[in-house]
Structure formats: structure tokens, C-alpha cells
Design a binder for this molecule. Structure first.
Ligand SMILES: Cc1cc2nc3c(=O)[nH]c(=O)nc-3n(C[C@H](O)[C@H](O)[C@H](O)COP(=O)(O)O)c2cc1C
Length: 262
């Protein structure tokens, strides 16, 4: 599997060579050339930068067959607004969001950056009420038996579920432990997916307790489809249509940017 040039289309502008992150592409007699012994990241930047669309991946297209409209004039401000108004939601309507909407958000995360373009993030979406209830039962048993995070049980007794709120769906992100940087790559993929979900009206909240419990509790591992060897859960969301929270203001952030310009 490798990139291929259609030399009939190529106009020898060498833009492909100039964007390759690892000098996998070189130039010979004014033409682009794949260099021996260099590891291609499969980032497809060469194809994306080719004005002639002369680069494919084996015999498949290396770029999307899509022309995107220009971003709207107010986009930069809209993006700031979206970041400022993204909030954690913990109380949800019980109707699960449409699977297609969720699938779209997770698919968008494939365009997030990742170390050496490895994209280790994979997903498990749980929208079965029965499975979610069983998971919570195992978590409560576990925290009571082990004394781990006692606030989970004490909050639950007060009617507050800090692990999964009232979420009708749980989105788990897992990946292989031997990727270059699974913790960062999965967090970036999740951050991307969260922004897409919230842009479409789906409330989310990162679920750190749930992530830890999914890794720690064997009964939860047995309940869910098995993870491949040497994989772990790296993150999770509670998600659903918001029911209770309505935020009228942007919360103040006591820790603002701390930048040392050098
Ligand atoms: C890695 C991570 C783990 C989190 N785990 C939980 C959690 O287990 N339960 C919870 O209620 N909120 C959790 N949160 C949400 C934070 O409490 C929340 O992001 C923070 O209070 C700021 O609120 P905001 O997201 O509305 O800006 C987590 C957030 C992150 C980034």
C-alpha cells in the first residue's frame, strides 16, 4: 500500500514534495518520486496539495471527492462563541440521540491531528438502558467494596450520579497502549467530537470516573464487547439531549491564559 503518481496528469510543480512531513517524497529530474526506505505517514498531504489530483492511494482516491463552501464571514467569531458556550451537561432527556448524529461526530474526529497520523482512537457507544444500569450497579458495588472514590457512593445516595449523570448514552473512547501517544490522540479526538456534538444540540460531559471504572472493573469488561489485547479505555462521555441545565452566562475562569513569551 503506497501513494502512486499519475504521471500523465502531473505537471511537475513539486508541491507534493514540499508538503511531505518526512521527505518520503523527493525529486528526480524535476519529477516527484517516492524515496526508498522512508516511512510514509499516510497523511495524504501530498494528494491534498496536488493541483492536478494526480496522486492516489494504491488505486483508491487519496482525497475526498468534495468541494467545501468557503467558511462564512463570521466563522472565527462563531468558533470563539462555540468554545465559550460549550458546557458540561449531566442531566438528559431519556430519548437517546439519533445514532446517525453520533456517528457523524465520531467520524469527524478522524480529521483531528494525531501523533504520526496513527489515529488510535476507537469508539464504543452504549445506548442500551439495561447495559448502562448494569454498569452503574457494578461501579457502586466496586466503590463500596474497595473504598475507591467514596464520593461516588455518597453522592449517589443523595440522588447525584457523578459517574454518568442521567445519560441515555455513554460514548467510550479506547485505543492501543503502544501507539505513540494514545492519551493525547484520544483526548484530541474526543475534544473534536464533543464540539461537533454540542454544535448539533447534543449535551456531553467528560466522564473521568467512568473511564477509570471501565478499565478497573472486570464485570464491566465482560459486559462490553472485548477490547483487543493491549488496549485500554482512554476517555468517556455522558451524552444526550440536555434536560435541566440551561446556561445564561459564560462562567468566569479563574485560571486564564498563563503565557511566557520568549
Ligand atoms: C478528563 C475529564 C474528566 C472529567 N470527569 C468528570 C466526571 O467524571 N464527572 C463529571 O461530572 N464531570 C467530569 N468532568 C467535567 C468537568 O467537571 C468540567 O469540564 C469542568 O467542571 C468545567 O465545566 P465546563 O465543561 O462546563 O466548562 C471531566 C472533565 C474532563 C476534562
Amino acid at each position: 500500500m503506497m501513494i502512486k503518481f499519475d504521471m500523465e496528469k502531473c505537471v511537475e510543480c513539486l508541491k507534493c514534495v514540499s508538503v511531505c512531513p518526512f521527505t518520503v517524497l523527493g525529486e528526480k529530474d524535476g519529477r516527484p518520486q517516492l524515496r526508498e526506505g522512508k516511512a510514509c505517514l499516510k497523511c495524504m498531504h501530498c494528494a491534498a496539495a496536488c493541483p492536478q489530483n494526480a496522486i492516489c492511494w494504491d488505486d483508491k482516491p487519496a482525497v475526498l471527492d468534495r468541494t467545501l463552501p468557503a467558511l462564512s464571514q463570521g466563522f472565527a467569531e462563531d468558533l470563539d462563541n462555540h468554545i465559550l458556550t460549550r458546557r458540561s451537561y449531566r442531566h438528559f432527556k431519556q430519548t437517546p440521540p439519533d445514532r446517525e448524529l453520533v456517528r457523524h461526530a465520531l467520524e469527524m474526529a478522524a480529521w483531528a491531528p494525531s501523533a504520526k497520523n496513527q489515529h488510535p482512537a476507537k469508539w464504543m457507544v452504549i445506548d442500551s438502558k439495561e447495559v448502562i444500569e448494569k454498569m452503574m450497579g457494578y461501579i457502586l458495588d466496586y466503590v463500596k467494596e474497595t473504598g475507591t472514590s467514596p464520593e461516588i457512593a455518597s453522592e449517589y445516595e443523595e440522588g447525584n450520579n457523578v459517574v454518568m449523570g442521567t445519560a441515555p448514552i455513554l460514548i467510550l473512547c479506547y485505543g492501543r497502549n503502544n501507539a505513540i501517544n494514545s492519551p493525547a490522540d484520544t483526548a484530541i479526538a474526543m475534544t473534536t467530537a464533543e464540539l461537533v456534538l454540542q454544535a448539533r444540540g447534543i449535551g456531553t460531559c467528560w466522564a473521568g470516573y467512568l473511564t477509570r471504572m471501565c478499565n478497573a472493573i472486570p464485570q464491566i469488561r465482560e459486559l462490553l464487547p472485548p477490547l483487543p489485547d493491549n488496549n485500554s479505555f482512554y476517555g468517556a462521555f455522558m451524552a444526550g439531549y440536555p434536560q435541566q441545565e440551561e446556561y445564561f452566562h459564560i462562567p468566569e475562569r479563574l485560571k486564564r491564559e498563563d503565557i511566557k513569551w520568549v
